[in-house]
Design a protein around this ligand. Structure first.
Ligand code: GDP
Length: 443
């Protein structure tokens, strides 16, 4: 999972802090020294780390913090706030021109960064918002890139303009603009030619495209897993061609987080999106606050809500949430809950986004969605009264239920335990939602 190694280290440091009732200035300073080490090991730019730790220390050793009832929590809160501000505070949109005009976006980046894939992913996002994108295949140095763009365009139902690999990128780009205008496309995404390393002819090519084509936004694609190299690449591209924002790819495989945490602070360019996998749908808007929560193991409750919103039956969910709140959550509700979880695409992923669940959930005995059928069997062997009021399920009832479902009594026990855990979790939910406009299931 993204940022796992950094996240684990920080959570350990915080666990120590939280376990102490009172904190001295030395406690805080020592903890922040450890934070500093963890960030450096995560390949965060050293200047960024230095500023970050200085700011946090200054704020955290203030008397208000140390004298508060929960000094450990306060320190973590400050680390969180400063981390959000490192990554840009607010989410930045990749703004387009009005839809009656043509917006041209030039994609730049080194070979292998994920430029071609991301160009297609981005076009897919715009199409989903009702735009009419056109992709232009100008990566003439990697002939496979043209084919790759065509294949991806086809998957998404988005047209791809290409002229093979023997024309100059700037000429293809110019022709693509004409093609877009003729065909009523209002977004043109130009996939340019990368190189393995920073290279003068690549930069000249990009400058040439910008000179001849009315590029509205230049988006740099960098591989998050390359850490500080990604930051250096961004600095160089910005100096040479001027960039408007960055897309960080392969965040799904980035356990350290160095690029994500430094790129904005070093280049002052916003991170617009994060690539979270190889599939064309794996491109997420980059929310600094959610990213910080993920890194700090505070969960990503908002992403969870969005994920839930996208895949649950809203009426059922609303009803379920009402029941959670009333605490008359029974086995019938549990079954609906399990079905919802299955629709959301699995538990491990979802649970890791819930605050406080990140590391706990790794070994907690949560129901496995594959066993939904068996769970159904057990629940349907219960009487209606038992389902609505699980507290009455005594050992003799358990034996009867196990027999009815054709399972061992230990399975019934396990299910009851899992049910109780879910109920406890759900009771905590409303509190976790504080500050958010929406509830667990998007109410
Ligand atoms: P280009 O040379 O910059 O055009 O790079 P490609 O678009 O061909 O991508 C290089 C490789 O990275 C391909 O195998 C992509 O599937 C993969 N890739 C791109 N973005 C992501 C991402 O966000 N996560 C993961 N895991 N792989 C990615």
């Amino acid at each position: 999972m993204a940022f796992e190694s950094l996240s684990d280290k920080l959570q350990n440091i915080f666990k120590n802090l939280k376990s102490k009732g009172r904190l001295t200035e030395t406690d805080v300073k020592n903890a922040l020294k450890e934070v500093k080490m963890a960030l450096l090991e995560a390949d965060v730019n050293f200047k960024v780390v230095k500023n970050f730790v200085n700011t946090v220390t200054e704020r955290a050793v203030g008397t208000d913090v140390l004298n508060s009832l929960t000094p450990g929590q306060m320190v973590i809160k400050i680390v969180n706030e400063e981390m959000v501000s490192l990554m840009g505070s607010e989410k930045e949109e990749l703004k387009l021109r009005p839809s009656n005009e043509l917006t041209i976006i030039m994609m730049a980046g080194l070979q292998g960064a994920g430029k071609t894939t991301t160009a297609a992913k981005l076009a897919g996002k715009f199409a989903a918002k009702g735009r009419k994108p056109l992709l232009a295949a100008c990566d003439v140095y990697r002939p496979a890139a043209i084919e790759q763009l065509k294949v991806n365009g086809e998957k998404l139902g988005i047209p791809v303009f290409s002229m093979g690999s023997s024309q100059k990128p700037v000429d293809i780009a110019k022709a693509a603009v004409e093609h877009a205008k003729k065909n009523g496309n209002n977004v043109l995404i130009i996939d340019t030619a990368g190189r393995l390393h920073i290279d003068e002819s690549m930069m000249e090519e990009l400058v040439e495209v910008k000179k001849n084509v009315d590029v509205y936004k230049t988006v740099l694609v960098v591989d998050a897993m390359t850490g500080q190299d990604a930051v250096n690449v961004a600095t160089t591209f910005d100096e040479r061609i001027g960039i408007d924002g960055v897309i960080l790819t392969k965040l799904d495989g980035d356990t350290r987080g160095g690029a994500a945490l430094s790129i904005r602070a070093v280049t002052s360019k916003p991170i617009l999106f994060g690539g979270m996998g190889e599939k064309l749908s794996d491109l997420e808007e980059f929310y600094p606050d959610r990213m910080a929560s993920r890194i700090l193991g505070m969960g990503d409750i908002l992403s969870l809500i969005e994920k839930a919103e996208a895949s649950v039956d809203m009426d059922q969910a609303k009803d379920l949430e009402k029941r959670f709140k009333k605490a008359d959550f029974g086995f019938d509700d549990y079954l609906v809950y399990m079905q919802q979880i299955k629709n959301m695409g699995g538990l491990a992923d979802i649970m890791s986004m819930i605050p406080g669940m990140g590391s706990k959930m790794k070994d907690a005995p949560m129901p496995d969605e594959k066993s939904l059928g068996r769970i159904e069997g057990i629940i349907y062997s219960m009487t209606l009264e038992e389902r609505a009021n699980p507290n009455i399920i005594n050992p003799s009832r358990k034996i009867r239920i196990a027999k009815g479902a054709g399972v061992d009594i230990s399975e019934v026990n396990r299910l009851i335990k899992q049910f109780e855990q879910a109920r406890k979790l759900m009771k905590q939910m409303p509190g976790m939602m504080k500050g958010g406009k929406k509830g667990m299931f998007g109410m």
